[in-house]
Design a protein around this ligand. Structure first.
Ligand code: GLN
Length: 466
């Protein structure tokens, strides 16, 4: 399957469809959908932009490849003048005062945002049930969860309601819902895309990630959004990646692949996921690619390290939400009471669990034993990745060890939900680029490379899906 963006671009240029009809069609589908993917439709905003694209085409102007392409935005990004709720009661009526850099770059390229998408509140979750707008339904089987936290974005792409969507990934939130809904989802190298204008969850692992139906579309959107931004001091310069390099099969054939025994031999992995993953490994070996087994920390260590740090960072980041500067204020009998009621009433149970946990691991008497220890383990994880990538180019794993859960189960059992992130969180702690590819195990295949080696990931994915 070639680029969907390219296909629609061609239809627009050849005047086989108008941009207004295209955008209106997608908005109608979103309105009729029962998947619960939309928090807010950007109807007037999008139709206005579509009209301008139609005028440009009518005037014989050349249009850019992304011009007029409808896309979705996870509801944690700011788009000036539009709602940005983080799927929370706190910010239900919040209007963005400025636009996130990543989104601005897409607007500058002419892409049209049509919807702010349902997600887990502040990115807290792995099932997209932790949302004040309700659970998102899986695109393949409505009884199952969409995955989280960027569930609305993944389902919109899978259903074709958006051509691509912009999710956010802190510990797996782009890769896991992409895997659950059989589309592509990329977590780029930390710092490749600016985080300016995305609600901070855990700032040291938060990244902006595109979700799309083809590798080509992921590439196009990645190139547009990447680059240094003086608003985000962790951003790095990166070169554009060319499509022809991604399609270079000879180069892909030479990539050396590894997978972690500790992931695959873990008792928590579903037998079917293990069988399908190993069958894929055999197929890859059959294509003449060298595959080796690697040893790594057990996934429980990765999950506990990630959750210790993510909770600590979210407790700090969400301290600013007290109803004074942002969000819905509930007045109590005095100021302290006002803070307490505002925060207890406006955060979800899952978000409060993380704030309480985060403050606990940061508190005096505990921080050295828990928070600082997690920081040390993170350094060990990062060093180990560096040495792994001296030996191999690509690391493969299933996206998640468990089968896609049914709606209702994860909320009852948060620990099982946290463990479903076992294979994604480690790569977040390492700041590595990693892509969910809809092949192999039912939760998808995760293809990871060393920092700034997105090209290898795309080359390899192209080889195994061609
Ligand atoms: N499921 C993970 C968590 O809840 C990851 C979420 C995310 O990447 N935003 O922390």
């Amino acid at each position: 399957m070639g680029s969907e963006i390219q296909r629609i671009h061609q239809l627009l240029v050849e005047k086989k469809i108008s941009c207004t009809d295209l955008v209106q069609g997608k908005l109608d589908e979103l309105t009729k959908s029962t998947s619960n993917t939309s928090n807010f439709l950007l109807t007037d905003y999008a139709l206005n932009l579509a009209k301008k694209v139609d005028q440009n085409i009518a005037n014989g102007k050349e249009i850019g490849i992304l011009e007029g392409i409808p896309f979705g935005i996870k509801d944690v990004y700011l788009l000036q003048g539009s709602p940005a709720s983080g799927s929370s009661d706190f910010l239900r009526n919040y209007i963005s005062p400025y636009t996130a850099t990543a989104i601005q770059k897409l607007l500058d390229a002419g892409a049209i945002p049509i919807v702010k998408e349902n997600c887990d509140s502040f990115g807290h979750g792995s099932s997209n049930e932790n949302s004040v707008f309700g659970a998102v339904k899986n695109a393949v089987n409505e009884k199952l969860v969409a995955g989280g936290s960027s569930g609305g974005s993944a389902v919109n792409v899978a259903k074709g309601y958006t051509v691509f969507s912009i999710g956010g990934d802190t510990g797996g939130s782009v890769r896991q819902p992409a895997g659950y809904n059989k589309v592509y989802g990329l977590k780029p190298t930390y710092g490749r895309i600016s985080r300016y204008g995305i609600m901070a969850y855990a700032s040291s692992t938060d990244v902006v990630g595109p979700i799309a139906r083809t590798m080509e579309d992921i590439l196009m959107v990645l190139n547009v959004m990447s680059g240094k931004d003086y608003h985000d001091q962790t951003t790095i310069n990166s070169d554009n990646i060319s499509l022809s390099d991604c399609q270079d099969k000879e180069a892909a054939q030479k990539l050396k692949v590894g997978y972690y025994k500790s992931f695959i031999n873990n008792k928590a992995i579903e037998p079917g996921i293990k069988t399908d993953f190993m069958a894929l490994i055999e197929k890859i070996k059959g294509q003449g690619i060298e595959v080796v087994e690697l040893d790594f920390l057990d996934s429980e260590t990765l999950v506990s390290t990630y959750y210790t740090l993510a909770m600590a960072e979210t407790a700090s980041n969400l301290a600013r939400l007290d109803g004074t500067n942002y969000g819905n204020r509930i007045t109590g009998t005095n100021l302290k009471d006002t803070y307490a009621i505002t925060r207890s009433e406006n955060f979800t149970v899952e978000t409060k669990r993380r704030i309480v946990g985060g403050n606990q691991v940061l508190s005096q008497g505990h921080s050295e034993e828990i928070y600082l220890k997690a920081r040390q383990i993170r350094d060990i994880i990062t060093e180990q990745f560096e040495s792994e990538f001296e030996e191999v180019d690509i690391i493969l794993s299933p996206v998640s060890p468990n089968n896609v859960p049914e709606i209702g189960n994860s909320l009852k059992d948060p620990m099982t939900m946290y463990l479903s992130d076992a294979y994604t969180v480690g790569f977040s702690l390492g700041g590595l680029p990693t892509l969910s590819v809809p092949v192999g195990p039912s939760t998808g295949l995760q293809v990871t490379a060393a920092k700034n080696q997105e090209l290898k990931i795309l080359q390899f994915s192209n080889l195994i899906t061609a």
